[in-house]
Design a protein around this ligand. Structure first.
Ligand SMILES: Cc1cc2nc3c(=O)[nH]c(=O)nc-3n(C[C@H](O)[C@H](O)[C@H](O)COP(=O)(O)OP(=O)(O)OC[C@H]3O[C@@H](n4cnc5c(N)ncnc54)[C@H](O)[C@@H]3O)c2cc1C
Length: 473
């Protein structure tokens, strides 16, 4: 069975945003003139970790003419934001979407160069019961962005009419609330917040829980209400999109602007000592007279910097984990660039989409890329077994003949996708100074988003530069 019923409006591409060259934008050529890697006598800062936070810190240090070396443990930059090219398919390491309204991203990234391809701003919800019991899929569109389209969803069983209006009103209210007010608002869990806002259990179970679980990897919706409001605001103010070249293009754009010779790959930090610098696991010491910025993921940061306050682990608190399974196919069962959510309450699939409907560049010509996301770690389950279960489950959604041509491409298991963001949180960010000459950034120091990671990187770089100016170094 092919699902033609959705017939969604194909959104127009987001308005190209000109690359805004702020005081932090770096010209690689100019930056290399300031930073001479061969000069072993110069004083420098060291950045540990080359994810978005470390890359943002590096971008800002370069624009402030602070010499630095960025040490990255793996063989590539970008951290959790990565895309693999496999036989002509672009496979993002886990389902990730770029929200064009992220303010820090707007400042740092060249949007037109990313060639962003937007999703339809809504979701197609699978409720099941299609065999003579009404349609299996129900479209949910934002009533304030797509008033005509949303009319068709008014009578769908995904929540009541007041629920649907409430979704739009919540987005409008979030959009009109300044970030400062959201980030300092009294916080509770997202589950409690949704209840207080007046959403019915039906829309929570059928739409909001699977939608938000796919964003926060937290099906219990224990994530802070501040994060929920912040993400809803960004969703209201812009598009969800994928870069033509895969999500890794975001990190690649920052990396490409760094001064020549400023990055060392396959360089794992084992210890940080501001007086001497950073010791690698090989025993080599990389001096960091101007300071050390630690931009690694939370568990690693806690190992490198024992002085960091660690959050007591709540009993039963789950890791924020996900499994993303890719298939190639000959055709797409749905023709629109829309996210499909599992609102049936059954099965292991959280969400799926036909990536090539959003960005045709994600597969070779004539082929379709299917992306399926599960929430959780599924430890103890073999890749082949999980892929088989997913195909059988989605055969129930679309019909067995529709999934018969699907071939398993690759499975990504992301054990640590995001830090714990349950209350109490500080998504406005914390002081990056954690010791004399030692600074911390990363999504765990702000909010677990592309934007939060970049904001934290900028703040760490600014703090380091300010301290050096004050100390006359
Ligand atoms: C599957 C998935 C989906 C996501 N979806 C979204 C989304 O849709 N939208 C959104 O805004 N955000 C999303 N996020 C969150 C976002 O990707 C992260 O918040 C952000 O990328 C974190 O960046 P970071 O620089 O703080 O950390 P990381 O990306 O983890 O970077 C840390 C870097 O440090 C390196 N490192 C670690 N230890 C050492 C060491 N000892 N020495 C040297 N280097 C070291 C690591 O190799 C890594 O490169 C998603 C995350 C995942 C995993």
């Amino acid at each position: 069975m092919r699902v033609h019923g959705a017939h969604l409006l194909v959104p127009t591409p987001p308005t190209p945003r000109r690359h805004v060259v702020l005081r932090f934008a770096v010209s690689a050529a100019a930056a290399s003139a300031n930073v001479t890697p061969a000069d072993a006598t110069r004083k420098q800062a060291v950045i540990v970790g080359g994810g978005l936070a470390g890359l943002a810190a590096a971008t800002h240090l370069a624009s402030l003419s602070v010499p630095f070396t960025l040490l990255e443990a793996s063989d590539r930059l970008g951290g959790r934001v990565a895309t693999d090219e496999v036989d002509g398919y672009l496979l993002d390491r886990g389902f990730q979407i770029f929200l064009t309204a992220y303010p820090e991203c707007q400042r740092l990234l060249d949007y037109p160069a990313l060639r962003l391809r937007p999703f339809f701003p809504g979701a197609l919800v699978y409720l099941g019961g299609g065999d003579g019991g009404g349609p299996a899929f129900h479209m949910l569109a934002d009533p304030f962005r797509f008033p005509i389209r949303s009319l068709s969803s008014v009578f769908s069983p995904v929540g009541s009419l007041p629920d649907k209006l409430l979704v739009g009103l919540t987005r409008l209210r979030a959009a009109a609330t300044p970030d400062d007010a959201i980030l300092s608002s009294p916080e509770t869990t997202t589950a409690t917040h949704l209840e207080k806002l007046g959403f019915s259990p039906s829309i929570v179970e059928r739409f909001l829980r699977p939608f938000l679980a796919g964003i926060f990897f937290d099906p219990a919706l224990d994530t802070s209400s501040r994060l929920f409001e912040l993400v809803f605001k960004r969703l209201a103010l812009g598009d969800n999109a994928l870069p033509d070249a895969g999500i890794g293009a975001i990190a690649a754009q920052l990396a490409d602007r760094l001064p020549a010779g400023s990055v060392r790959l396959n360089a794992r930090a084992a210890a940080v000592d501001p007086s001497s610098g950073v010791t690698l696991d090989t025993g080599e010491t990389v001096p960091g007279e101007l300071g050390v910025i630690v931009a690694v993921e939370q568990p690693e940061a806690e190992k490198l910097l024992p002085q960091l306050p660690t959050r007591p682990k709540k009993a039963g608190a789950a890791e924020r984990s996900t499994v993303c399974i890719y298939f190639s196919a000959d055709r797409a069962a749905v023709q629109d660039p829309v996210l499909l959510l599992n609102g049936s309450g059954k099965g292991i699939v959280n969400n799926m989409f036909f990536a090539t409907n959003v960005a045709p560049s994600y597969a070779p010509a004539g082929k379709v890329l299917v992306s399926v996301s599960l929430v959780g770690s599924f430890v103890g389950r073999e890749d082949a077994e999980l892929a088989g279960e997913v195909v059988r489950e989605l055969g129930g959604w679309f019909g067995p003949e529709e999934v018969a041509s699907w071939a398993h491409l690759r499975t990504y298991r992301i054990g640590f996708a995001q830090p714990d963001q349950t209350p109490p949180t500080m998504p406005a960010g914390r002081d990056p100074r954690v010791g004399d000459g030692v600074y911390v950034c990363g999504d765990h120091w702000c909010s677990a988003t592309f934007d939060g990671a970049m904001v934290s990187g900028r703040r760490a770089a600014e703090a380091l530069a300010q301290d050096k100016i004050l100390s006359g170094a």
